[in-house]
Design a protein around this ligand. Structure first.
Ligand code: CA
Ligand code: CA
Ligand code: CA
Length: 264
């Protein structure tokens, strides 16, 4: 049983047998042994604010001055693409705290998503090792991800004469997620909403206002009270609650189907 476990772990982690037996406490690591192995998370598990995500590992070395860095990578759970990386421990002396290390990661304020711990060990003589946790932490939230659907404009375009008003309407999930703020933006581009020509017409609207509905009276001026040039615009909303994004590190963005046409 133990050998089966040991061999499985050797396969999984790529440790040498000597190192792995040392990690299990079966024997002392031979002089010169250098390696690192995760004990947790061994499998993917949920983490949420108030319940720290516990990261445990063994770092085996007898070389003074060896340091360990702990990082956490946000990954796309489908493609395993790395979206971002945060350093949790810049440098910890590998020898000072033995081979049974622990770090309690507080996920308060961490965007909902999949996070994989990474350990990197390096020594003054140039030995190095990098190890990825066999499991992720899935950071979850009690709050539902923000949603919004425009109803005006719905499928049809809406025209408004410069200086007149038109009411933009939508449904949202402000009842279950009252943290969300809504920003409304016009863009002459249908697809590129990041090239700098976007015009914000409203910001800081609370999704919690008016329950699961919402509206904004657009007077053809932007948020700074400058007139929006005549033209045909795609309307979109940016939804921010500080907890969720689109899953790939970008803000949640929802487009209206019908466009807004500002006429002279
Ligand atoms: Ca250590
Ligand atoms: Ca644009
Ligand atoms: Ca609302």
């Amino acid at each position: 049983m133990l050998w089966g476990l040991a061999m499985l772990a050797v396969i999984v982690t790529g440790c040498t047998t000597d190192l792995f037996l040392a990690l299990l406490g079966f024997n002392q690591p031979p002089p010169g042994t250098f390696g690192i192995s995760f004990a947790s998370p061994a499998t993917t598990q949920n983490a949420s604010p108030g319940a720290p995500a516990v990261i445990r590992w063994a770092d085996i070395t007898d070389e003074p001055g060896t340091s360990v860095q702990l990082a956490i990578r946000r990954v796309d759970p489908d493609t395993r693409d790395v979206l971002s990386e945060t350093i949790l421990i810049p440098s910890r002396d590998a020898l000072a705290d033995g081979a049974s290390d622990r770090f309690d990661w507080d996920v308060s304020g961490v965007i909902v998503g999949s996070y994989q711990p990474v350990l990197r060990m390096s020594s003054p003589t140039g030995q190095s090792a990098e190890e990825f946790a066999p499991g992720d932490f899935n950071v979850i939230s009690a709050f539902a991800s923000p949603t919004l659907t425009f109803t005006t404009p719905g499928a049809a375009d809406v025209s408004v004469m410069t200086g007149n008003n038109t009411t933009i309407q939508w449904t949202d999930n402000g009842v279950v997620n009252g943290l969300t703020t809504i920003r409304l933006v016009l863009d002459t581009d249908a697809n590129d909403h990041e090239n700098g020509n976007e015009i914000t017409i409203a910001e800081g609207i609370m999704a919690s206002d008016d329950g699961n509905n919402g509206d904004f009276m657009f007077d053809t001026n932007d948020v700074n009270m400058n007139p929006v040039p005549t033209g045909t615009y795609t309307l979109f909303a940016v939804l921010e609650d500080g907890i969720h994004d689109d899953g790939l590190g970008n803000p949640i963005l929802v487009e209206a189907v019908g466009r807004i046409i500002i006429t002279p």
